[in-house]
Design a protein around this ligand. Structure first.
Ligand code: COA
Length: 674
């Protein structure tokens, strides 16, 4: 599997790093243009207690930033994403200033000024003159390598690039650059810091444009070259197969033409093929409609545009992996969460197949000679886990589910990947066991991917088969001799909880919580959720009735009380060590799930069942009760599990399931009629 230690010498999961220092109390952002204030707003939202100093030489920019902050906070309150006192805390303790002396107590300074090397160097010397010797100093440049900016500094070890993506207050990724002049300690700290404050840090090498802008800039530049065959609207339309908005639409939104000229000129150091299209210098706005608008593109033209766009995308992707600029999992994810691709480049390649990718690359080479081609066989680039980070500590494989854009919700590929890691490693004599956890601090996993459910609606056979297929990973864990421990780092919901409870033990942080929300969607937990809890922790049966039939959520303390969680830890930093210890404790002591019939208390439900203030479907609740009862009455675990799959088949054919799932996907409350 491609996972490079060069970029990640300490850990792939940023939260496994023991931070060398606490959170900063004061942070400065230099530059109140477009992205600087947004970086500041993210920092204040994640850490409202900090003092933020926003510095610019232009007073008007600072005034605009202040107004923008107030607007963001008001919108969040209006949309009920934030309480008023939270909004107030974010807006307090911000200094908008033109005076650099204000930053002297800052422990972290992020520069987000114009992309101009002499200007940046001047700013960094002003910063260095004022701050303490261990203040971390970073630049948000999207293209200039670290050595060119920081080489004149007295103490470059505490510097690096931290590159955000618009809109920086909510866009998840941040590229953190590793470079020879900066220390590993600085990179490790920032890697941890961003993850801990809700971002998805991606470590990249110190090359021009780092990782993701090599894709974005060249994608846009290639689109501009294609204007000799098609209109901007046509090119955007063809691109929409792969991105939510075409390159010209995005360039218009970001006023991006001069940026592409600048960054591609810089990339020409690697060869003249990176030449920026000259039309980018003479056009201000492109004539292109909103994404989704109808635009006619004839078949031949469409193919020609599509091949060129894919050619540049694949060329850059191969080059990034071949030169170890970034890892394939980061590139694949980053293109989706930073650049708006519907799928990662390696997913597109996989769907097209090797022969088609080779054809596209041959044509691309002919039309655009000089661009990088794949250095290895096309299949080599598929050898990585899309959604997992796999670390190894003390002979234990630690599997981190990383799908941050959906709170680590499990799709078919994730469960297959988990199963593959277990199968690849369980027979290895030097592997003692496994830990499964979720990326970030919010979610272990928010359940099975609800987007997948519509395919099973109204089709009992398909629904039952789907449940059986999903269950493979659980069935494998059931019979493993090496321990598998779930390290619950946040919410564990639905299908995510069904994986957690099949692990041989659960360790959780104090603020974790557990819920089966399926019934609110008009369905039931199919992969052992209606069966296993009663067989593993019969003392919690009353609570499980409430959880499964009424979506009651329980906190980590309640789960600990009924024995579902073996150990609670105060803070995330203790979670993995406790899970490793549990792997050791379980050696030769794995308790198998009870096989026989189980007695469960009578299930009594209100006449009008509700989850909080949401009405539930009576029909769905009835099917769920019947499924729990059938599972308890089964003589063998395998029969009980089968009752769960059958129950899912039945419930998938109800009006309630159709309504509940459709409502979630349409982001509205469901209305159940029976
Ligand atoms: N399947 C697919 N996508 C999911 C998901 C799931 N189980 N859980 C969360 N997501 C997605 C959301 O759709 C959203 O995507 P978007 O940004 O493209 O709209 C993203 O993750 C973030 O979630 P969001 O709902 O915006 O966060 P929140 O903080 O407002 O709410 C939850 C968090 C967990 C309460 C809410 O996401 C939820 O109810 N999820 C479904 C949980 C569930 O029913 N799981 C059981 C399924 S078996």
């Amino acid at each position: 599997m491609i996972q490079t230690k060069k970029l990640y010498p300490t850990a792939f999961n940023p939260l496994f790093i023991k931070p060398a220092r606490p959170f900063p109390k004061e942070i400065a952002v230099i530059g109140a243009g477009t992205i600087g204030p947004d970086i500041g707003y993210y920092l204040k939202s994640a850490l409202p207690q900090i003092k933020l100093i926003l510095v610019d030489v232009v007073e008007a920019a600072l005034k605009n930033a202040e107004k923008r902050y107030a607007d963001y906070a008001k919108k969040a309150v209006d949309k009920r994403k934030m309480k008023e006192d939270q909004a107030r805390a974010i807006l307090e303790n911000i200094v908008y200033t033109t005076d650099y002396d204000q930053i002297k107590h800052c422990e972290l300074v992020i520069e987000a000024a114009t992309e101009n090397i002499p200007l940046k160097q001047k700013i960094f010397s002003m910063i260095e003159e004022r701050v303490g010797s261990d203040t971390i100093i970073t630049s948000n440049t999207s293209s200039i390598p670290a050595d060119r900016i920081f080489s004149k500094m007295k103490n470059p070890e505490r510097t690096t690039i931290t590159h955000f993506f618009a809109p920086a207050w909510r866009s998840l990724p941040v590229e953190v650059v590793t470079w020879p002049g900066g220390s590993q300690e600085t990179v490790d700290y920032l890697f941890w810091f961003f993850a801990k404050t809700g971002k998805v840090p991606l470590i990249t090498d110190n090359v021009i444009c780092f990782m993701l802008d090599r894709v974005f800039d060249n994608w846009c530049n290639e689109a501009a070259f294609l204007l000799n065959q098609a209109t901007a609207a046509q090119i955007d339309k063809v691109a929409e197969e792969f991105v939510f908005a075409g390159p010209f639409y995005v360039l218009n939104m970001a006023n991006g033409n001069p940026i592409i000229v600048e960054t591609n000129t810089l990339q020409m150091e690697e060869g003249s093929h990176y030449l920026p299209a000259s039309i980018l210098k003479s056009v201000d706005k492109w004539l292109t409609p909103r994404p989704g608008a109808k635009v006619e593109v004839l078949k031949d033209l469409k193919e020609s545009i599509r091949d060129r766009l894919l050619g540049i995308l694949f060329s850059q992707s191969f080059d990034i992996i071949d030169r170890n600029i970034g890892t394939p999992q980061d590139l694949n994810l980053g293109c989706q969460i930073a650049l708006g691709f519907r799928k990662g480049p390696f997913d597109i390649m996989r769907e097209l197949g090797e022969t088609e990718v080779e054809r596209i690359m041959k044509r691309f080479q002919k039309e655009r000679p000089g661009f990088p081609q794949a250095a290895k066989k096309i299949t080599h680039y598929q050898d990585f886990k899309r959604h997992l980070l796999v670390d190894e500590i003390e002979g234990v494989k630690i599997i981190t589910i990383r799908r941050p854009q959906a709170l680590n919700a499990l799709n078919d590929e994730i469960t297959n990947e988990i199963l593959a890691v277990l199968k690849e490693n369980h027979a290895k004599p030097d592997i003692r066991g496994f830990v499964i956890t979720g990326y970030g601090t919010r979610a272990f996993s928010a359940g099975a991917d609800i987007g997948r459910f519509p395919q099973t609606l109204g089709n009992a056979k398909a629904a039952i088969q789907y449940a059986r297929d999903c269950a493979e990973v659980q069935l494998f864990i059931d019979q493993m001799d090496k321990p598998v421990v779930a390290a619950i780092n946040g919410m564990a919901l639905g299908g995510g909880l069904e994986i957690a409870i099949r692990c041989h033990s659960l360790i959780a942080v104090q603020n974790a919580f557990f819920q089966f929300p399926e019934i609110t969607l008009g369905i039931l937990p199919a992969i052992g959720g209606c069966v296993v809890p009663y067989r593993k922790w019969p003392q919690g049966a009353e609570l499980f009735h409430q959880m499964i039939c009424l979506a009651k959520s329980i906190n980590a303390q309640e789960a600990f009380k009924i024995g579902m969680v073996s150990k609670l830890v105060d803070e995330y930093i203790h979670l993995i060590p406790a899970a490793l210890e549990e792997v050791q404790n379980l050696k030769g002591q794995i308790k198998r799930i009870f096989q026989g019939q189980v007695r469960i208390p009578e299930i009594r439900m209100p006449d009008e069942p509700k989850a909080g203030n949401q009405n539930l479907s009576k029909e769905a609740v009835t099917i769920t009760i019947q499924t729990i009862q059938a599972g308890a009455a089964a003589e063998k675990l395998s029969e009980a599990l089968e009752a769960g799959y059958q129950g899912f088949g039945k419930i998938a054919c109800t009006e309630a399931a159709k309504e509940g799932i459709t409502a979630f996907l349409e982001k509205r409350k469901p209305v159940y009629n029976k």
